[in-house]
Design a protein around this ligand. Structure first.
Ligand code: EPZ
Length: 430
């Protein structure tokens, strides 16, 4: 089990390059099996969640060629089974995208029920509602979702809750249904739009992605394509917040500034200086940060996947801030660890009341989930003294070379896998 050892108190300064969006990649990789032609995908992040999904796809007969670290060619022409038996796949939420993809293509799918980060109840009723509306029979049993259909027919589906996963899953199945589907109250996240663009590049007919009404005209079949995934909004936001929390000056490259507006707006409010370029954004935080209020909401609102990172920064801002979690009910589990580092935060229900402190102090901390792991690492970089992030596995699910990129910004951080490594790292960082 690897750990990060950090010597904090160093402002992050320099440039960092953002990779492809993990959550777009998960949807796009799954959707790539929907044609029998080869599909070439660029900008696939080399993170555990994507690699696990690719492995599971390989096990059902999908051809996977890694042309280079970030380029994957997928060949869905030889799928042998629509039943995915993969214990590990249960740990990634996006396993369920194979339901939409395989149901659309082969009219049948059986996939282990999704796991993923433990951030609250993660219902799938809206996915099931959508599949059933398209004419599929859906059963849940023995820890798996089973969906099959003789025929998929377009339908008018009103989501009771804005759900990224349900919007994506329904969009995939409906792309190969007969007739027209309308998804109302659809999610508008950048990765929903990226998947729609990807499917359209394969011959689908999807309009309105990025608004709350998506219209899909089913087509008979999809064809191969060559596609590049969008930059990761959350990875970018994480480095922006790392700059803020450490009073740094970071140029975050290879981003779509429009996708970051909800984050840049909050950073301006708390006293950061932001400069936007065509495909980069610079965040500098020379002055003390000031308090604000944040509520996480579906896009274009402030993303729940950035909630722990902004809480860490606000823990160091002057005054009282309030962060309200509007998407998942259990996403403040990391706060206890932050309090052990000296933060003054009280969580009541879905709200964290933060009284800013002037500094954190290093500690040995455990990581409850992916984004909390990144946020606690940021706290360690802002803290006085040594922080040990006890288990890096959650972080590797969604951040490629996290500590390498942070080191490139001047952070004193090392990955260690043994006591011996730890002692060596301590000497190096001293
Ligand atoms: C996606 O999860 C992301 N995961 C999450 O990213 C992200 O936090 C989340 O969207 C919100 O933006 C992937 O893209 C793989 P939802 P998803 O369906 O699709 C409720 C990260 O750190 N709901 O939009 O599972 C649900 O309980 C992660 O990268 C239902 O009630 O999220 C939640 O309260 C973690 N019924 C809300 O909707 C349903 O059928 C939003 O969930 C589906 C969802």
């Amino acid at each position: 089990m690897d750990r990060f050892v950090i010597r904090g108190g160093v402002p992050l300064v320099g440039e960092v390059q953002i990779g492809g969006a993990k959550n777009a990649a998960l949807a796009i990789l799954a959707a790539a099996v929907m044609t029998n032609d080869p599909v070439r995908i660029e900008n696939v992040p080399d993170v555990t969640d994507c690699n696990v999904l690719l492995k599971a796809m390989e096990r059902i007969g999908v051809g996977i060629i890694r042309q280079s670290k970030h380029v994957v060619v997928i060949d869905g022409s030889k799928i042998e089974s629509c039943i995915i038996e993969d214990e590990y796949l249960k740990r990634i939420r996006a396993s369920y995208y194979l339901v939409g993809a395989l149901l659309g293509k082969n009219r049948q799918a059986e996939v282990p029920l999704p796991g993923g980060c433990n951030i609250g109840v993660r219902a799938i009723d809206q996915h099931i509602k959508g599949f059933r509306a398209l004419g599929a029979k859906v059963d849940i049993g023995h820890g798996a979702i089973c969906a099959e259909a003789k025929e998929l027919r377009g339908s008018h589906i009103f989501l009771d809750k804005v759900s990224v996963g349900a919007t994506i899953n329904i969009m995939m199945a409906a792309a190969l249904a007969t007739g027209k589907t309308i998804i109302e109250n659809a999610a508008k996240e950048p990765h929903v739009v990226d998947l729609a663009n990807f499917l359209n590049s394969m011959g689908a007919n999807i309009k309105g992605a990025g608004t709350d009404v998506i219209r899909i005209k089913g087509v008979e079949k999809l064809h191969g394509t060559d596609y590049a995934i969008i930059p990761d909004q959350i990875e970018a936001g994480t480095y922006m917040l790392a700059s803020a929390a450490t009073h740094g000056d970071v140029l975050v490259r290879n981003v779509i500034p429009k996708h970051l507006e909800c984050i840049t707006a909050k950073l301006c409010e708390i006293g950061c200086h932001i400069t936007e370029y065509d495909d980069a954004v610079r965040v500098s935080a020379p002055e003390p940060l000031t308090s604000t209020q944040v509520k996480t909401l579906p896009y274009p609102g402030f993303p729940t996947d950035m909630q722990p990172q902004i809480t860490v920064a606000l823990g160091l801002a002057q005054g009282t801030s309030i962060v309200t979690e509007g998407i998942f009910e259990n996403r403040f589990k990391y706060v206890d660890e932050l309090v052990r580092m000296g933060a003054s935060i009280k969580v009541e229900g879905n709200m964290a009341v933060i009284s800013g402190v002037s500094r954190y102090s290093g500690a040995s901390i455990s990581v409850p989930d992916l984004r909390a792991g990144a946020a606690l690492t940021i706290a360690g970089m802002a803290a006085e003294g040594e922080t040990i992030v006890e288990d890096t596995r959650f972080i590797e699910r969604g951040y490629e070379e996290f500590e390498v990129k942070l080191r490139g910004l001047g952070a004193k951080i090392e990955r260690v896998s043994s006591e011996h490594d730890l002692q060596k790292a301590r000497l190096k960082l001293a």
